[in-house]
Write a protein that binds this ligand. Sequence first.
Ligand SMILES: [Fe+2]
Ligand SMILES: [Fe+2]
Length: 626
Amino acid sequence: MGSVKRIATAKDVHNAFTLFKENMTIIQRYDELIYADKDRDKWMKNYKKRSEATRKAYADNADMGLFLAPFFENPSSLTDEIADSICAELIDLGPGPYDDPFMVVKLLQLLITYFRGKNNLSRLILLYVRLGYEAAATFKMGYKPYGKLAYDSYIKIVAYAKEYATFTDFYVRRAIFVAYSNLICVMPSYNFLSVDDAFAYYDKVKDLYASDAVQRLDGNNPEIKTIMEFIRENILIHESLVPGATEMTKAKFCKLAREVYKEQCEKCGNELSINCLPLLANYRALYIEGRCAYTDAVEYLLAYFKIRSSEKISKKAKLPYAHDEDYTFNTQFPQALIFDWLKDKRVDETLRKTETRNLINHVNKYYARVARKDYSPFMNHELTDWCFKHLSLLETFEEKENTIFNVILHRQIQTFFHSHMVAALSRMIVDSVIENRPELLLPMYNLKSTDELYKKADDIRLYIRRCALYHDIGKTRMPNIINTQYRKLTNEEFDIIRQHPGMGADAVDEDFDDYHAVILGHHKFHDGVTGYPERFSTKGLRTKFAIDVITVCDSLDAATDYFGRNYANKKSFADVLKELQSDSYDHYNPEIVALISTDKKLYEKIDKLLSGGREEEYYRLVKENL
Ligand SMILES: [Fe+2]
Ligand SMILES: [Fe+2]
């Protein structure tokens, strides 16, 4: 940690950001290696180095935070030179390997406050268009308040469309079209714009494009032309996903869908090579107009997507918007586009089940096939979202469970290890409870005698194991920074962390009802009231004891983890146990804490796992699962 100092030169800003990127590159290299190289010694070395690199990044980034802090306290203390250099650094921190939307939002807000005082409209428009993009990214990752920030940024920019001709910088003029594009193509799926309004904005941007001012300045510009084509095609996704369009908008949708479909078919010479979205929209339009049965459209599209997603076609196809990650996702997983259609009762149940299984298999193969560096945090997020969204379409509990584990393993290996550590710890505790204090488990199963309980011992062990393995599934739905922690988290990111129990509980269907309270309540303390989520109490729940076991094991693993996540202040098991004892009256179940302290066999087993045993346990998991 450096001392608090004010950085006066642009060079210092540049050096700090360069270090940020260097550290990220190193972490990512080890991330790649721990999934790729399973040789025991190499794996251990790489995992340790990854952890060290994370801690180094955390310290270096804390230094950067310190010298930026005075500017955040008083934005007018910035200078043009430093503000310009931060702007220049932000270009690299866009979508891609150094993507860090929450940090970028903070920096953009600082720069906007500064440049607002400077009356520099062009600069503000460029900053707002970026703010819209980054804020939308954080919204997608679970921070809902920033959705409005994104929407407001785009609305602010499109208000300047009238002054198009006054902007001498092409990038400012382009930003106006980008703002329209994101407003129209993204905001309806985030529920900030109705489909009707999206089509109304589409009319506006078409008028703008056709205006003399735009035609004179940028009529021949290929970038603006591509944005217009992008909007025209991508507006087609909303009709089937966002409910509530009026008949008039539906008619507009059908007309446009037919136009784009026809055009692309003519261009490509056949239906197979056209983009997924116009094809989907065309069949949707046929269905809306009553010219094709719902189930026929579904079956036809599924057959088409099967061919379309086969590697041969994907490689051959020319993708006009290959830079767009939504687009890449739609091309890699075209079936995903109509999965909401499959939930319709008109679709044959066998077909629904087969297709769901097919696509989940496809996702699993994709995880195995694609190198980690080739799929972005966005893609990773999209896949996780998709798997959870359609979990209920899977048939058996085992399929659902395997899908969950696969997502955790590939999304966040740290959460995978942590969940298994909690499973191992809770198994030790439950074994000791059954042996020494079996009466503690009776209420959970409404049992009267311990004899009945012994008969159920295996069920109890399996139940607690599953509680442990599922407790943090909500973490897979949040940005990776939360588990990697290569820098201090922002308040917004802490808000997101507090949502993970709720997100986890929402992610699973009624087959997981027995685990619902444990997922939702694992950060509630023994008193049932303190902890989070605030509006949920574990008091008097039948599964209260299971929740208490998971809460204790969760703390034991997290606080002693010297190997995986970035806990710079990791503690020894003995110290953590002392803390649990002092807190145990209201935070931790005192009977569980007492058992750990008095059952010598249990104490030693836990101690062994939490010190040297941890590394072997991680490696065993890698060998068996990766
Ligand atoms: Fe948790
Ligand atoms: Fe946890």
